[in-house]
Design a protein around this ligand. Structure first.
Ligand code: GAL
Length: 661
């Protein structure tokens, strides 16, 4: 069953209202609700006193209207009594201050006492709901994150990692500035008050913080697996943009990846929605386990805590939900059902406004609900097939947070710039870990593999040797696993594969760029960082046009085995990225996607030999799209179509075609 539903908080509303809510949900075509992920104070009103009666009644009302339930474990927001009893369970911020009560997600995941209380509430819930017929799955906690600067836990993690202080000192190079540690208790956390930290210490701290949530989640997973083996277990992540947790590690213990998609969620990013930003979020989430995912919170109205973001325009909620499906979502759950009257999120709008009258947004999603009832079955289980992979290295991302090099050099921005250029050509993309099996891809883009292991370097060599096309970008192969700079000429372990040496480099002043001489391409520039390259077997693809390195290589290509490795020495503007991407596709023998009308996304899901083509008009005006030769079944309108089609602003078309041999 394709899951289509909404996040609901019965505890916010009088019980007399629940039945009407459930009725309207059913009328909208919903078949699933997520409940209870912030309801700890209602489920355990005082220490050791549990009350599930109200939730039972809410679930039964919802179940009578055909809803399945995903239950959230409520550990993201501990009740006041718990934190008053154990203020030591609050996490510590970078400033060294322990958080005080008043928000959520403010506990320390390594706190023994917090883990005990968490175990207890999760066990009680699991025992109570293991046989409830409406329950299909569990969401653990809510959007894990935030680093906990709690020293004792870090020290024991280091002890397990290094075994001896001698090894730690050696790996971190603590002879620098006399930081040699003689006792585990001397080791600090990288507090803001300490200033710029040792890079080795700081990277291990980032890993520790990430692993702390993985371990805390695992504790809950084990309880739920034991009591509720029939239910799936998920956690709602935050897509590509979240950068404090290694999501590959976090996803490892889960049955299903889900995430929260807010294209216009925040005041500062709400003006212009870039479809490639959402697409990258989806592709990253699909890549975590290499399989379909859910959107557990799909934007349902304007976002707002203190500032209110732009209201989604007519058609956008449905368009974004279909875009998620096009990228592999098998479940869409809107956040939230009704806009809350109280609390920090009074202006985070749901499908219904405060007054609960079904309005524009409700009716838009109700239309989608009717469509999903007809086509959901066809879509579910089909999958995205990509020949292009982007490597997402959390180690490199963490290390570049510690040393960003240049205000214009962002790991995420660089990644997204290259992704956007490929997405604009409607190419299917997987986002995978550097350790992933690359043999099924023709093209691999590896943005700044700054922290590089010998294993990854060998794996990339094997990929290219076997005929693959690889793009490597600046600041690759710079650091080893301990975040120490390698002693090799850069790009270190990738120099042989790329047939190039970084002879010199330049960190450009803000606002400056270097014009590139790239055959036939007007307006290509590099900014922020310029690696000045000396080819050692590679062919020069582009030269710098300015400064003391004018005429020297900026992009190279090396034939290696049956494939080729390109080295891009700078951060390209859109013109450069676009030209480069065209060349990469050509080298890899890949065709760009079906339509190239700017702002019209075309994405495919495959069902065996049949494909479903999603055409998504992200623009503000009608567009004409041309289908490839053949007759197609327009699934939403249930009619046969061919040739040129008109697609209204923010409209969606899903056509089914037989695979062309
Ligand atoms: C998500 C979170 C929800 C809600 C929403 C709107 O990040 O999971 O609980 O807070 O944002 O702010």
């Amino acid at each position: 069953m394709f899951h289509f539903g909404v996040d609901y908080y019965p505890e916010h509303w009088p019980e007399e209202r629940w039945r009407e809510d459930a009725r309207l949900m059913a009328e909208a075509g919903f078949n699933v609700v997520r409940l209870a992920e912030f309801a700890w104070s209602r489920l355990e009103p005082s220490q050791g006193t549990f009350d599930f009666a109200w939730l039972d009644r809410a679930m039964n009302t919802l179940a009578r209207h055909g809803m399945h339930v995903v239950l959230g474990t409520p550990t993201a927001s501990p009740p006041p009594w718990l934190m008053s009893l154990h203020p030591e369970a609050f996490l510590v911020r970078e400033t060294g201050q322990r958080v005080s009560y008043g928000n959520r997600r403010n506990y320390s995941p390594t706190s023994a006492v917090y883990r005990d209380y968490s175990k207890r509430i999760v066990t009680k819930m699991a025992e109570h709901y293991k046989h409830h017929p409406a329950v299909i799955g569990w969401q653990i906690d809510n959007e894990f994150g935030d680093r906990d600067y709690d020293a004792p836990a870090f020290r024991s993690w280091l002890e397990r990692r290094f075994g001896t202080l001698q090894r730690l000192n050696e790996r971190w190079g603590t002879a620098f500035w006399s930081h040699e540690y003689g006792d585990w208790n001397e080791i600090p956390v990288p507090l803001a008050t300490a200033g710029v930290p040792n890079p080795g210490l700081a990277l291990d701290f980032a890993r520790f913080c990430s692993e702390a949530y993985v371990a805390y989640q695992r504790m809950q997973v084990e309880i739920l697996r034991k009591h509720c083996p029939e239910h799936f277990i998920t956690h709602n992540m935050m897509g590509f943009r979240y950068e404090l947790i290694d999501y590959f590690d976090l996803a490892y213990d889960l049955d299903l990846v889900s995430w929260d998609n807010y294209p216009r969620g925040f005041w500062n990013i709400a003006a212009d929605v870039d479809p490639s930003t959402m697409a990258l979020g989806h592709d990253t989430m699909r890549g975590l386990k290499g399989t379909n995912f859910w959107v557990m919170e799909q934007q349902a109205g304007a976002g707002g805590w203190d500032l209110v973001s732009v209201m989604p325009k007519p058609g956008e909620l449905r368009l974004w939900a279909y875009q998620a499906i096009a990228h592999g979502a098998d479940g869409i759950v809107f956040f939230r059902w009704r806009t809350a009257r109280h609390g920090t999120e009074q202006y985070w709008h749901g499908l219904l406004d405060h007054d609960a009258r079904p309005g524009r947004r409700y009716h838009e999603i109700k239309r989608m609900g009717q469509e999903i009832a007809r086509v959901g079955q066809t879509i579910e289980g089909s999958s995205v097939k990509a020949r292009v992979a982007f490597l997402l290295s959390y180690d490199s991302r963490f290390a570049l947070q510690i040393q960003p090099h240049n205000p214009g050099f962002g790991y995420a921005e660089q990644f997204q710039g290259l992704y956007r250029a490929l997405h604009a050509r409607n190419v299917a993309i997987d986002v995978v870990a550097p350790s992933a099996d690359l043999s099924r891809y023709d093209l691999v883009v590896a943005p700044s593999l700054y922290v590089l292991t010998a294993k990854t370097a060998e794996q990339l060599e094997r990929f290219v040797e076997a005929g693959g096309t690889l793009l490597v970008t600046p600041r690759s192969g710079v650091k080893d696993d301990a975040n120490a700079v390698v002693e090799l000429p850069l790009p270190g372990l990738l120099a042989r594969l790329c047939g190039v040496v970084v002879e010199d480099y330049d960190s450009l002043p803000v606002g400056r760029s270097n014009a590139l001489e790239y055959a036939g391409v007007e307006g290509a520039v590099g900014s922020a960082w310029c690696d000045i390259l000396t080819p050692h077997g590679a062919e020069v693809v582009a030269h710098y046009g300015e400064d003391y390195y004018a005429g020297q290589a900026a992009i190279t290509m090396n034939v290696f085995g049956r494939g080729r490795a390109l080295y891009l020495g700078t951060l390209g503007n859109d013109v450069l990225n676009d030209a480069l991407v065209a060349r990469l596709l050509d080298l890899a023998g890949l065709e760009p996607g079906p339509s190239e009308v700017a702002g019209v996304e075309v994405s495919e899901r495959w069902l065996g030999g049949t494909k479903l083509v999603f055409v998504l008009n992200h623009t503000e005006s009608e567009q004409v799209v041309t289908l490839a030769d053949g007759v197609y079944h327009d699934l939403l309108a249930d009619r046969l179509v061919e040739g040129e089609l008109r697609l209204a602003a923010r409209e969606v078309l899903i056509v089914q075609a037989e695979a062309q041999a």
